[in-house]
Design a protein around this ligand. Structure first.
Ligand code: SAH
Length: 492
């Protein structure tokens, strides 16, 4: 069986910028091959060295010439072609013998890399894989600390070996540019930047990430000292608007009303996580604020749970001053929670954008624990008479009971509201059978979780508190012998 050929990118020079995969392949290879100039040592080999093993076969693929004249009958290109054929034959001999051959490339193997000459000659004959690497262009932008391209800008990559007029024309037409292969071409490249009117914005980066790196404005560079491992960079034009000390664009404030889900991180949506992560301020009822993962960059405003309107105005005030405010609610913020309060108050803050990020609501969490009691038509109501009169609550319970809807009852009780559960039960019993299934879910998903399946007749109000949600079945809701509760899709 023949061996495998790998063309691996080593990145720009820093051995830590070698990918984990390339490092592994170098360590496992039987043969390490690399190109080198006639008189130079191999930079690729020195980057790979920390990952090489004792006793590996090395194939030095030394260029017969660089820019010297040649007596080859087909000139410079003819001499190179012969060289590549000979290199490919040397590697093929190892591959035929079943050895794994790794060909090293600085940067990325398919980005001006010598490896591609081997690839073209061998990839159709042997199992071959190319492992990409960090290019010198990325490295140079990173060293400069300047954005390369943003939004719909165009990056042009140019070899410095092109004629001066071609370089100037391309530089004039692009937003950002990287000109590689400097060395002897340096003066021509610099003049092309000047001709294109871009010299003022151009940077010179030498041996990016290699240790002896150097960065300078292109116009200040002495042409005599320019090595091959250098490039000229025209960074994103947009960055010029802030590099140089101008203030970063003022951030626009907003209020995002975020649903945290009924409990814990598994029920926090990725969208909600993102909204929390970018916030500068977290506003909400104390125990809910405490559920947000701590970040010292953020300010936390913990409030009592009965001052919704005040809390909403506070959030809107903060946002008006440019803060990004996350108002947190448990469950879904639109279900008996902060979203309505914020939207109501926002009439006085027309300039402040408000968004709502949904969450899993408690009824869904409780229902899922016992099966599918909400499988058919159901209604959601709050038993609290703090924000609406009890007559309204009672009328709605009776109406829902008459309509044979399943009920998901939020806020069934609190320390001060203790009689409503019994009153609701008695109203329901006027229209429902005593054996109607009732689910009591307490702190579902949290550390105090308990879920009880009982019946309407046996519903004990003493077992219900503010951390509970009740689900009252309809005439078709069933409880299996295993205790699973579901309401069929079909209605008789
Ligand atoms: N916005 C929330 C509801 C807030 S009202 C949501 O969409 O879930 C508060 C009521 O929600 C509580 O009294 C209780 O009835 C219910 N609740 C919230 N979290 C719960 C949980 N983990 N388990 C059971 N009920 C819960």
């Amino acid at each position: 069986m023949s061996g495998r050929l790998y063309g691996v990118g080593l990145g720009p020079g820093d051995p830590e910028l070698v990918t984990v995969k390339t490092a592994r392949l170098i360590g496992e290879a039987d043969v390490i091959a690399y190109h080198a100039a006639r008189h130079g040592r191999s930079i690729a080999r020195s980057i790979a060295l920390p990952y090489m093993r004792e006793g590996q076969i090395e194939e030095l693929l030394q260029y017969p010439l660089t820019v010297e004249t040649t007596d080859h009958p087909c000139g410079y290109q003819g001499a190179l072609d012969d060289f590549y054929v000979e290199c490919a034959a040397r590697l093929a001999a190892h591959l035929d013998a079943g050895r794994t051959v790794v060909v090293l490339s600085e940067g990325d193997p398919l980005f001006y890399g010598s490896y591609m000459h081997m690839h073209k000659r061998l990839a159709h004959r042997y199992p071959t894989e190319v492992v990409p690497g960090v290019t010198s262009v990325s490295a140079a932008a990173a060293v400069l600390g300047r954005p390369l391209v943003e939004r719909d800008e165009v990056l042009t990559v140019l070899p410095g070996t092109l004629p001066g007029e071609v370089l100037a024309e391309r530089l004039r037409a692009t937003d950002s540019a990287a000109v590689l292969k400097l060395g002897r071409t340096f003066e021509k490249v610099r003049d092309a930047f000047a001709e294109a009117g871009r010299l003022e914005d151009a940077w010179y980066v030498e041996r990016a990430t290699m240790g002896a790196e150097r960065v300078a404005p292109l116009k200040e560079v002495d042409p005599d000292g320019v090595p091959y491992f250098s490039l000229a960079l025209l960074a994103s034009p947009a960055e010029r608007t802030f590099v140089g000390g101008a203030p970063v664009e003022e951030q626009r404030g907003e209020v995002v009303v975020v649903g945290l889900g009924p409990a814990g991180r598994p029920w926090l949506t990725p969208e909600a996580q993102d909204a929390l992560a970018v916030a500068t301020d977290i506003v909400g009822y104390g125990p809910y604020v405490d559920r947000v993962a701590p970040n010292p960059r953020q300010e936390r405003h913990r409030t009592d749970n009965r001052v919704e309107a005040e809390r909403a105005r506070h959030a809107l005030e903060l946002a008006r001053s440019g803060r990004r405010v996350a108002v947190v609610s448990s469950g879904d913020p639109g279900v008996f929670a902060m979203a309505s309060a914020v939207l109501e108050a926002s009439a006085d803050y027309p300039d402040v954008p408000v968004r709502v990020v949904p969450g899993l609501t408690a009824a869904q969490a409780v229902a899922s624990r016992v099966g599918a009691p909400l499988g058919h038509d159901f209604c959601v109501l709050s038993l609290s008479d703090l924000l609406k009169p009890w007559e309204v609550v009672a009328a709605r319970i009776s109406a829902a009971a008459m309509a044979d809807l399943v009920l998901a009852i939020y806020n069934p009780a609190s320390r001060r509201r203790t009689w409503q559960v019994a009153a609701a039960r008695d109203l329901l019993l006027e229209h429902r059978l005593p054996e109607t299934p009732v689910v009591i879910g307490r702190d579902v998903g949290g550390s105090g979780e308990s879920v009880t399946v009982t019946t309407l007749a046996e519903l004990d109000p003493d077992h219900v508190d503010m951390r509970c949600l009740l689900i009252v079945g309809s005439s078709t809701t069933q409880v299996t012998p295993q205790g699973t509760v579901f309401t069929p899709r079909r209605y008789p």
